[in-house]
Design a protein around this ligand. Sequence first.
Ligand SMILES: [Zn+2]
Length: 158
Amino acid sequence: MWVEPVQDSGPTGIWEQRWHQAVLAAISTWQQVLPISLVSDRAQAQVLVERRKPPLRNWRASHGRAVLQLLEVQREGRWRLEPRVEVMISPGQAQPAIQATALHELGHAFGLWGHSDQPGDAMAVKPGARPVLELSDRDRRTVLWLQQQPGLSQPASP
Ligand SMILES: [Zn+2]
């Protein structure tokens, strides 16, 4: 995973620093259930987290979006198909809202493309009154179930 780095670490960069802290907090929550390595070279990443507002879709604005692509990449001399997910997290929100948005959109990046109908879940279809900053038991069980599906643990054949 690659996260857009902080460009301005001084006092004028306070908003991008807060965005970065909120995104890292969401990543560490996911690290309780999944192995995630952060890389500084974005070309090496399968998940890219960018600090920007997603473009309008169907004339509606949103604070976060995850977009899946399938790429042919070369790893250790062999070409293979790999998913790459671009996650856009808007900086124009309060810090807890950024963290909740990141937690939700990262869930999509890790394969949870569906939504929950329970407002206390990170993967709830719409945000509830309070930002969800932790994974619920349902979120955890869903991602563990997904990880156990056949075919996901095998590398793609050439
Ligand atoms: Zn969603």
